[in-house]
Design a protein. Sequence first.
Length: 208
Amino acid sequence: MESSNRLGDIEITDPQAMRALAHPVRLAILERLQRHGPATATQLSPDVGATPSVTSWHLRHLAGFGLVRDAEPGPDRRQRRWEAVARGFRFEAPEDPHDEEGAAAARILSRELFLRSGDLPNRWAAEVEPVLEPAWRGRAGVAHTRVVVSADELGAIEDAMERVLAPYVTRDEADRPAGGRGVRLLRYVLPEAAGDRTGAEDPAGGTP
């Protein structure tokens, strides 16, 4: 089942682009631009753990694959400003079993993303959760649900999730409610191996 890309993400299909993005500094750059908007290499440097010159090199590399582009000049027109081409990105491992290059590139990028996001829940629990207001703390949490589905059904589930999220992701900043704040929704979709047992004795379950 093909994704409808309701969130307006840039779709990465080129294995070389996947490999280019599978780098901690480049992922940090792209995340920073997507979250906070246009910036110069000098402004990005402290947040991405690289010098301005190295950050500039990574920006040009990302631009070569169409992931970032020049933004409108700021007050200092001598400083080159960059912006992300989309608010998010997505990629998929190729379905063609003979496309070893694409499969390897998707695997490398997936692993880098897992490494990058793996510690987020721990940092949130240690640094953010203790200072949240009760209303926000009550809405936070983790869901761990197992289902037995076909590949097409899994695609339908993901599409339904995006259908719910899309109006909130794509709306203009002026339409956001007063008191709104950023919320990370981490979705791990982890199909089990073909040899795993999926009988009725191991039903889907949920953990709040």
